[in-house]
Design a protein around this ligand. Structure first.
Ligand code: ZN
Length: 438
């Protein structure tokens, strides 16, 4: 008998690689944070022993969901202003609140609220972009959730950094401090083509090549952005970034609405990744990303929620459903983006975008044990003909019961094990009161 740290038995196991495969009555053996074996439950019981054996007889195990684009501290602005176009929403609501209130404490409280929400919804890894990234990074490390932290850059001063030099200096300092942490990765995060000028883009490109780090950026969020770029630079945003050699397998481009066939082909040729945020795009009436075309061209498309101020939740199960429905409707074809493919977008495609596909994104031997368990015994998901269909088209995130990151359990029977739920709620209410009082 081989001793392992933990064994999880489950009714269904959906490894994601290969896509659309469902294993019944299987178990995972975990050791030192990694998956060491996956076999039928009876075989695991014969070969392995552990003092920690979990039996999930009504559940499906999936790889932990990867939220490939969010702004976790913005959870503190959830519902502060809705039903407005992007630039009105940003200029007259979000940016003034940020200017007045965003500091270390705000960022920490917002980040913890986001982590609690994400873990309870089955998300084990998130790709973040926000001010005070050091606060989010340390909070994530302490919570035990996996994170890719954006070293944000924007042409304008913020409470966090007064000028271009300070953005770079503070971001790189944080990278140096935490670059060896097993759960924390980094990216360069220039906010968007309309908020970053050519010179910092060149510097980011040089650093990204030297340090082998991805570049996480909003591109083509709205049609206005394209028009503004044509007025200012005589180029469409993608054309401009391409001219600066920014399109590469290191680029993680978020939104990508209003793209031409030529632009999508360029993305495919250059190997750049796309993050689709269907709910944020729909809520802001920004348009849609042509996911089916991009996937057909071989572009890696991951899925993100965007921040809670524009979504308004960090619910990757809901986002999968929205992505599937939107793609079918856009193409007028119900066969587009089947459930199994949308589950890949929310897991392995996110891992690929972050350069982590050899470590996470599927349930395979040798990968980290980043695992989400979903209870399908609820009325709402009965009967179970196909667990992948139930998860994407019928389940809600409230059916997520247990979550592990690198073999460490963060959620047990819906209880957060590394975060204090009561404190997080109290702190959120305190911030709301403060912001409302002005
Ligand atoms: Zn965003």
């Amino acid at each position: 008998m081989i001793s392992v740290d933990q064994i999880i038995h489950a009714k269904w196991l959906i490894p994601v690689i290969p896509e659309n495969k469902v294993l019944e009555n299987h178990a995972i053996a975990m050791m030192d944070g990694k998956i060491v074996d996956i076999q039928p439950s009876a075989d695991i019981t014969m070969q392995y022993q552990s003092s920690d054996v979990v039996r999930l007889d009504q559940h499906a195990l999936i790889p932990g969901l990867i939220n490939a684009h969010t702004h976790s501290p913005m959870n503190m602005m959830r519902g502060i202003a809705d039903d407005l176009p992007l630039m009105d929403w940003l200029n007259n609501h979000i940016w003034p609140v940020e200017q007045k209130w965003v500091n270390e404490n705000f960022t920490k409280a917002g980040s913890l609220l986001a982590f609690a929400e994400m873990i309870r919804g089955g998300t084990t890894c998130f790709n973040d972009m926000y001010f005070y990234p050091e606060i989010t990074a340390h909070a994530a490390a302490q919570t035990g959730i996996r994170a890719c932290i954006g070293m944000i850059f924007i042409d304008f001063p913020s409470n966090w950094a007064k000028d271009s030099d300070e953005y770079f200096e503070k971001g790189l300092q944080l990278h140096d401090q935490l670059s060896h942490h097993p759960l924390i990765q980094f990216s360069f995060a220039p906010h968007a083509p309309y908020t970053v000028s050519n010179e910092p883009f060149q510097k980011i490109l040089t650093l990204s090549n030297q340090m082998e780090l991805p570049i996480h950026i909003h591109i083509h969020e709205t049609q206005d952005e394209i028009k503004q770029s044509q007025d200012q630079y005589k180029q469409r945003p993608i054309e401009r970034l391409d001219a600066m050699n920014l399109l590469s397998p290191s680029l993680i481009a978020v939104h990508m609405t209003h793209t031409s066939q030529h632009e999508m082909e360029t993305f495919a040729r250059k190997g750049a990744h796309v993050v689709h945020c269907p709910e944020s795009n729909q809520k802001l009436a920004s348009g849609y990303c042509q996911v089916a075309e991009l996937l057909d061209l071989g572009v890696n498309v991951a899925l993100g929620t965007d921040g809670a101020a524009s979504n308004n939740d960090l619910d990757m199960i809901g986002e999968m459903r929205s992505a599937a429905y939107m793609a079918k409707n856009v193409k007028n074809d119900p066969s587009v983006l089947p459930a199994s493919q949308v589950l890949s977008m929310a897991t392995i495609n996110g891992a690929k975008a972050l350069g982590l596909e050899s470590e996470i994104g599927s349930l395979e031997i040798g990968k980290y044990a980043d695992i989400t368990a979903i209870d399908l015994s609820h009325i709402e998901t009965q009967p179970v003909y196909n667990p992948i269909s139930q998860i994407v088209y019928a389940a809600t995130r409230n059916q997520v019961t247990d979550v592990w990151v690198a073999g460490k359990q963060l959620l047990s029977q819906r209880h957060l094990l590394t975060l204090n739920e009561k404190e997080i709620i109290e702190e959120s209410q305190n911030w709301r009161d403060k912001i409302l009082q002005g």
